[in-house]
Ligand binder design. Structure first.
Ligand SMILES: *Cc1c(COP(=O)(O)O)cnc(C)c1O
Length: 427
């Protein structure tokens, strides 16, 4: 039983739900008509205008470009805390931040449910990742397990916020602080993590944000370091830029490591445009997820990865999981795989994310870790999927179509699936 498994949870009626129709995966008519979903990054005319402003500036380069400077300041203002430096990507941001804190130890504690781009930089810095399992109700690092892995050798804890999840883990942060361990939040998928939540910002030494085309800023290739440490801000330029000219004169770095993680000015121009409407974007993402969950929350064996009614999440996508046993399936990915295939055929933009713990994607460290040591991570990877297109201009009407497709698939599961699935359906 988890916190979302509320008995008596009501499912809003889905208008026009047709329970007996043949599933699209078996040749029936898809619920969501082709072309109805607008995929992110939802290109608009004005993105072309943003690119044109860079062309008209006559400068295509990062060096002291006012668009980049404006964006850094706007993002700092929006976040309400810390200074901001734009860099080439979210991965670059994580690399630079870890590079700054690497003197504190040899290891970085992070979750086994993770993104290879978040974990790769640990090795780039000559550090060693130490993986811990995730909390099932958070789909993020289990703070007790993290604290258990802390020791004199640990330089940092890297807290990855996946799918727009806001990951507070206050005890993990406090324990890290007490032991001189740097707290780094990978908010690449969760831009709202840069802002105060319930009156307080995340207690972190640094945040790494991505502006790539799939993320909230949907800007091509771009990243940001956000921190209150002025020396870390300087470190961004010191190690990652061979030259900079923030105050007019061109300065060649005396200690560049030659990464040249410069932000793309064209991407920065699009990001600036989107940032001005970020609150609206986040609100629509949250509203869409809420409205969808209201309509599908009563389906047996279906759970959100984290509570969609919590307004703190950034909902990059709407991640869900199934409990195969409640649907009469054996444990493992079979139930999820069938559901994803069926929903996909109905025209719902659903994806299976990674299917293995992160170390299995990284050949250098693959052999040091075993999936079986991370049961929650494996369970989530076997059972989760996400609905991807929940951003504007997609709206509540489209969410109703998604919901209709979910109901159609669940009805078929009830009719044809093993009887045990019916017996335990909540609601
Ligand atoms: C996208 C992403 C990154 C890397 O960002 P890029 O800009 O693509 O380099 C890092 N961590 C997480 C969790 C991400 O989703």
């Amino acid at each position: 039983m988890n916190e979302f498994d509320a008995p008596g949870r009501k499912t809003r009626n889905v208008a026009g739900a047709v329970s007996d129709e043949k599933l699209a995966v078996f040749g029936g008519k898809p619920v969501v008509p082709p072309g109805r979903v607008k995929p992110w990054p939802a290109a608009e005319e004005r993105h072309g205008d943003a690119l044109r402003r860079v062309v008209e500036s006559g400068k295509y380069h990062r060096v002291n470009h006012p668009i980049v400077g404006d964006l850094e300041q706007s993002l700092a203002r929006w976040a309400g805390k810390g200074q901001v430096r734009a860099v080439g990507s979210g991965t670059a941001a994580i690399h630079i931040v870890l590079d700054y804190f690497k003197e504190r130890g040899e290891q970085v504690v992070t979750a086994a449910l993770n993104w290879p781009g978040a974990v790769g930089p640990i090795k780039m810095c000559g550090l060693k990742p130490v993986f811990v399992d995730v909390d099932m109700n958070l789909a993020a690092i289990d703070q007790k397990a993290a604290v258990g892995a802390f020791g004199a050798d640990v330089a940092a804890i890297l807290i990855t916020h996946l799918f727009g999840n806001n990951v507070a883990v206050p005890d993990g942060r406090t324990a890290a602080r007490a032991q001189g361990i740097a707290v780094i939040d990978d908010i690449c998928q969760s831009i709202g993590g840069a802002r105060a939540i319930g009156g307080a910002h995340l207690d972190a030494d640094a945040l790494a944000l991505s502006g790539n085309g799939a993320k909230h800023l949907g800007a091509g290739e771009l990243g940001f370091v956000i921190t209150e440490e002025s020396d870390l801000i300087e470190h961004v330029d010191r190690v990652s830029l061979s030259s900079s000219s923030r105050s007019g004169a061109r300065i060649f770095s005396p200690s560049s490591q030659g990464y040249n993680y410069r932000p793309n000015v064209f991407s920065a121009s699009i990001a600036k445009l989107r940032l001005a409407e970020m609150d609206r974007q986040l609100q629509i993402r949250r509203d869409n997820c809420n409205v969808l969950w209201e309509m599908i929350g009563g389906l047996g064996g279906l759970f959100p990865l984290f509570d969609p009614s919590d307004c703190d999440h950034s909902m990059l996508n709407f991640s869900l999981r199934v409990e195969p046993e409640l649907l009469g399936f054996a444990p493992g990915p079979a139930a999820r795989n069938f559901i994803v295939e069926a929903l996909h055929a109905e025209g719902v933009p659903v994806c299976v994310w990674l299917t293995k713990p992160v170390f299995e994607y990284l050949p250098d460290i693959r052999d040091d870790w075993k999936a079986a040591e991370f049961p929650n991570t494996v369970t989530l990877l076997d059972t989760m999927f996400y609905v991807s297109e929940i951003a504007p201009p997609n709206d509540g009407e489209l969410m109703e179509l998604y919901a209709e497709a979910f109901h159609k698939v669940w009805n078929a599961l009830q009719r044809q699936g093993p009887k045990i699935a019916l017996g335990v359906l909540p609601g």
